[in-house]
Design a protein around this ligand. Structure first.
Ligand code: NAD
Length: 459
């Protein structure tokens, strides 16, 4: 049954949610205070890079509209998603200013019927109660009178991965909804039914995965849903940190961490994913969410040692790359280093807390010149990055006169660069592959010296 939905915030999560819900048949109004973003979206232009957004925008044109005004989006909506940013504050807990503003805007404009207000932003435990109080107060201030029974708050954490946001939204591993109000759970079950049952026709550009069955719908209390999101992200982060810590040991004892990871990951209790040694994790979620989890622990008098250790190991990974370069080149001052990749991972132009940028900063601090390439993130880097980087559009411009190549983001195309033809451009044919992404043996045959993370050096 088609529902009227409003989505507040048109970032990675908000826009993806709006598009998928419109695609499965709901009528959606997406709201953002950023006028330039809304103008671009109205013209069918996504404000950031994410696969298939333009195609999806044109497919759902009839059911999805954009606005900057709460008065337009909220009153008619049966379900309102809050999908605004929750960036880290200096103390580690998320800054909830955008959530507060969204809740206020929603409360002031609540419609006549029953509205489910859904927290999709990642917010600390207790935020559901907080949003409920903010919506209630804003309604009372604007209209006076009681608001009981007019709305309920639910938590519906988002698990999408940037770079595959639409895919994850249409074909999720699970949908988690937390609420204290039974009606809210029921409304959200109905809203998601086509996804839960996988009863919608798959878009041609995003075929349904083979063996996809019904999607589990997990209903919980508010606090559990809020904690599930932090627990999931922290667990993924510590899985990566675990293999990274082991990769340092593998290097010392002469083991190959890729073989070790394969051997560990074939155990069905462990699984092979998130066991790739490399430069460590970054992006807009893991760093912020692990920090928030630690802050939550502190608030309740608990030290979350494993999460703390995962963060420390992650920080060390960047330093390990610098140490490799130092031991090969001896002096970094005045060297030109060619950095492959700036985005925090492939298939996105998101630079938030990118490991590549953190590595670049360490190298600049050591007096090196850093020249960087990225297949999609260069325009954004030129606008947003405040480091004195040089930017190169082509492999030739990147590598000319460089003292070493450092791979920081595992974009698939880097594997197919013509490394043989490019080699004469380099001053030293040294590759430090901080993601174990390139074909080290092939590079060694071409005359490069190849260093990875936790794998034997070649040539
Ligand atoms: P984002 O910064 O890309 O987007 C937030 C959007 O909200 C921006 O467009 C901003 O202009 C808009 N906004 C801010 N205040 C507003 C207001 N008062 N009213 C209307 N719009 C407003 O953020 P994101 O990456 O989409 O993340 C949103 C939330 O989802 C965060 O809590 C994040 O932790 C969580 N999350 C993100 C991801 C991810 O991969 N990006 C995955 C899962 C969960």
């Amino acid at each position: 049954m088609s529902k009227r939905v409003a989505v507040v915030g048109t970032g990675y999560v908000g826009l993806t949610t709006a598009l998928s819900l419109a695609y499965i048949g709901h009528r959606v109004v997406a709201l953002d205070l950023d006028e330039a973003k809304v103008r671009a979206l109205k013209q069918g232009n996504p404000p950031f890079f994410e696969p298939h957004l333009p195609e999806m925008l044109s497919l759902v044109r009839d059911r999805l509209s954009f606005t900057t005004r709460y008065e337009e989006a909220i009153p008619g909506a049966e379900v309102v998603f809050i999908a605004v940013g929750t960036p880290p504050s200096p103390e580690g807990s998320p800054d909830l200013t955008q959530v507060q503003e969204a809740a206020r805007g929603i409360g002031q404009n609540l419609g006549e019927g029953f509205t489910v207000v859904v927290n999709k932003s990642t917010v600390p435990v207790g935020s559901g109660n907080y949003v409920e109080a903010l919506v209630r107060r804003a309604f009372q201030e604007a209209h006076g009178g009681e608001v009981d029974g007019r709305f309920a708050v639910a938590s519906n954490p988002e698990f999408l991965r940037e770079g595959q946001a639409l895919y994850d939204s249409l074909y999720p591993d699970r949908i988690v909804v937390g609420a204290e109000d039974r009606r809210a759970l029921e409304v959200l079950r109905e809203l998601y039914e086509p996804i839960l049952e996988q009863s919608f026709p798959a878009p041609a550009f995003l075929p349904r995965p083979e063996r996809m069955g019904a999607v589990p719908f997990l209903t919980t209390g508010l606090a559990s849903a809020e904690l599930i999101k932090y627990g999931a992200n922290a667990f993924l982060a510590l899985k990566i940190s675990f293999i990274n810590e082991l990769s340092a040991l593998a290097e010392r004892v002469g083991a190959d961490i890729q073989d070790v990871a394969r051997g560990i990951g074939l155990d069905s209790r462990i699984g092979p994913r998130f066991l790739q040694a490399g430069l460590g994790w970054g992006g807009s979620c893991f760093p912020k969410d692990t920090l928030a989890l630690l802050a939550m622990g502190r608030e309740y008098g608990l030290k979350l040692s494993i999460v703390e250790a995962a963060r420390e190991v992650n920080r060390r990974q960047r330093e390990r790359v610098v140490e490799k370069l130092l031991s090969e080149l001896k002096v970094l001052k005045g060297r030109t280093l060619a950095l492959l990749g700036l985005a925090f991972k492939p298939h996105t132009d998101d630079l938030r807390e990118s490991p590549a940028l953190e590595l670049a900063r360490l190298l600049l601090d050591r007096g090196a010149f850093v020249r960087a390439h990225d297949p999609v993130a260069l325009p954004r880097a030129r606008r947003e990055v405040d480091l004195p980087l040089e930017y190169a559009e082509t492999p030739e411009d990147l590598l000319k006169g460089a003292d070493a190549v450092v791979l920081a983001t595992d974009w698939p195309e880097y594997r197919t660069w013509p490394w043989g033809e490019l080699k004469p451009l380099l001053r030293t044919p040294l590759v430090v592959d901080a993601r174990n992404h390139l074909d080290g043996k092939a590079l060694a045959r071409l005359g490069y010296r190849y260093l990875g993370m936790g794998v034997p050096a070649l040539a």
